[in-house]
Design a protein around this ligand. Sequence first.
Ligand code: MN
Length: 362
Amino acid sequence: MFFDRIRRVNEIMVENEIDYIILSPSENLLYLTGLDILQDERLHLMIVSQKGDISFIIPEMTKEIVQKSSISGKLLVWDDGTYPVELLKQVIENKKNLRIAIDDKMWSVNSISIHGIYPKAGFIEASKVMTDVRLVKHKEEIEKLAKISDITDQVMEKIIEEIEVGKTERQLSNRIEILFKELGADDISFKPQVAVGANASIPHHLPSNKKVEKNEMIILDFGGQLDGYRSDIARTVSLGEPRDEMKKVYEIVKEAQEMACQEVRPGKMCFEIDKIARDIIKKKGYGEYFIHRTGHGIGVDFHEAPFIVENNRRQLEPGMVFSIEPGIYLPGRLGVRIEDIVAVTEKGFRRLNNFTRELIVK
Ligand SMILES: [Mn+2]
């Protein structure tokens, strides 16, 4: 599997005249090798040449992890106290028109020192190569995404049972993390978001000590990780009978989410899916309160291509997986978002989340 992925990377490098791709510990590295290495200030690089030669520049303390992996390559090992970026000269020969792709998530301290060694080289982002390799998921990848989505649905059911007046956003967020681990996930994908009342009008509000109160709506948005693959879900719950405005806004978001999902099929362009959700919300008069794109791809990373956003003319293909998550945010008052992950199939789409989208009143 890893061999096939690296071969595909090499094909794209040839097409784009890229001599080398340099990865740091990241989802790209995980995807190509299965290596899950902690990113810290130490230099860890994987270098792949256009021909497929693989080298690693790694600290002594990481050597064993790479040796035990299924990827074989040249190992250049350094110890604390040396300046390891110089080792690159043993792998990449300086030449005219040298083109190097660098991991988007490489720390700038490292990418700047690589620039220093090859000042005349052309540098591009590794995503220019990796996006196309990671974009369409194989059957086994979709099953992994479905499995973690299924656990995520169970976490949603349990955390909603636990919501009660007086609990804080932080307490609920911590419980979500524990539930993921109890239900078999390897980890959470990002800090679980719990936003009560007016806090929910900030789409990426981080949990605070605000307490759950009666007659408020709560956005819950979280994801897990299993076997390297991620999940993402959002639901909005009402504590006590919702006010008319809350009910109205909820129904609009629900309709936008549903209609956008129904539009997913091979051949549609990403912006068309975004437009369906956006037009429904606009028509009901809340256009200016839908302040983010409709969705993002998901796989080994929590946000990746394809992005379901205005102007993205990429066509959907079977095997692409992304979120559909419209929302309405009324500043200082409330927020509503509903999010599911969907996979594009031969004829349409498959929802990987199946937790109810009806308004739950606690
Ligand atoms: Mn999301």
